[in-house]
Design a protein around this ligand. Structure first.
Ligand SMILES: Nc1ncnc2c1ncn2[C@@H]1O[C@H](COP(=O)(O)OP(=O)(O)OP(=O)(O)O)[C@@H](O)[C@H]1O
Ligand code: SF4
Ligand SMILES: [Mg+2]
Length: 310
């Protein structure tokens, strides 16, 4: 349904995302994980046509019969919200502070589905119930500031679902929430994906977050996919040195305890040639001066000279 081919992004000549390909069918869920600065949000923005003007994009993005990468702004406006819903990290920024929350959900429904005001209101109430907003009918006329962070995120998800999209993209949807609320919102995303048949892309710096919801995982480091595969396989047998490092942060991971990966993702324009993880990798050797290709099979792939995929 979603087919991304060789999507690459550069900002003023510096590579922000190296050629990346993946596909996703209706009902499937993909987690994109990586540290701050790895290019997760830029990838998400590319998928909804909201890249900053300084970013140059190549490659193709196909959603069903539509080639999104060929669209002009008017074309993107028809797709965004309607075919693809987006949930952001801080629900307050996605919500209008001076409009009651029910009206904000109903507005999306009217806009995308052409319902009259009364029908949009009852559909908005149904959606707010579906995202398990407590006492939705009573809260319908409340303003965002009257809700807790978790409740606001539920409203943000309801707005993203207003047009019954084929694909939902959630970029760090729980990072601003405390741990208990985070777990509730992740459960909700998993339920919605299972019950609606839409596809989900869940983005997080936290491997534990994406692992709890998504069927497959793509690990991004400094704009490069370093490992991908079914969630269970990546968690039980991480192969790339970077993924192995990320997994150490998971308390439940039954892995040998190693030191956290020292260092940070290098900024754009200062990334090493060859393997981008080279300056942080304890296994780096001379051949890592050449860019490793992804090797693998059956949906499992790793980009590293030092390992093989079983
Ligand atoms: N508008 C922009 N102009 C210049 N550089 C940018 C712009 N947006 C992002 N970048 C750079 O591109 C890289 C990837 O940014 P991106 O926001 O996609 O990272 P991320 O993985 O989402 O990180 P985080 O976990 O902090 O959200 C970073 O080095 C960032 O500084
Ligand atoms: S290619 Fe080399 S530097 Fe890169 S992750 Fe593998 S061993 Fe480390
Ligand atoms: Mg981001």
């Amino acid at each position: 349904m979603l087919v991304v081919r060789d999507l690459a992004l550069t900002i003023r000549g510096a590579e922000a995302l190296a050629a990346t390909s993946f596909s996703l069918s209706l009902g499937e869920s993909l987690g994109i994980v990586g540290e701050s600065g790895s290019g997760k949000s830029l990838l998400a923005l590319a998928l909804i046509g909201l890249l900053p003007a300084t970013v140059r994009r190549t490659g193709s993005i196909q959603l069903g019969p539509n080639t999104l990468s060929d669209l002009d702004e008017a074309g993107w406006c028809r797709v965004r919200g309607r075919k693809i819903g987006m949930v952001f990290q801080e629900p307050m920024t996605a919500l209008n502070p001076v409009l009651p929350i029910g009206a904000q959900v109903a507005e999306g429904i009217r806009l995308h589905r052409g319902l009259d005001a009364a029908a949009a209101r009852s559909e908005a109430l149904r959606l707010l119930d579906r995202v398990q907003l407590p006492a939705a009918a009573r809260r319908y006329d409340q303003y965002p500031h009257q809700l807790s962070g978790g409740q606001r995120q539920r409203v943000g998800i309801a707005i993203a679902l207003a047009a019954d999209p084929d694909l939902l993209i959630a970029d760090e949807p729980t990072t601003a929430l405390d741990v208990t609320v985070q777990a509730e919102i992740l459960d909700l995303l998993a339920d919605l994906t299972a019950s609606s048949g839409m596809a989900l892309i869940l983005i997080s710096h936290d491997l534990g977050v994406v692992a709890s919801v998504t069927r497959s995982i793509l690990v991004l480091y400094a704009g490069h996919v370093v490992e991908r595969g079914p969630t269970g396989a990546v968690l039980s047998t991480p192969i790339h040195p970077y993924t192995r490092g990320l997994l150490k942060a998971l308390p439940e991971a039954e892995l040998e305890r190693l030191e956290p990966i020292p260092g940070v993702v290098p900024p754009l324009g200062a990334r090493p040639s060859g393997c981008v993880f080279r300056d942080r990798c304890t296994l780096a050797e001379a051949r890592c001066l050449a860019t490793p290709l992804e090797v693998g099979r059956a949906g499992r792939a790793v980009a590293c000279h030092a390992v093989s995929v079983p």
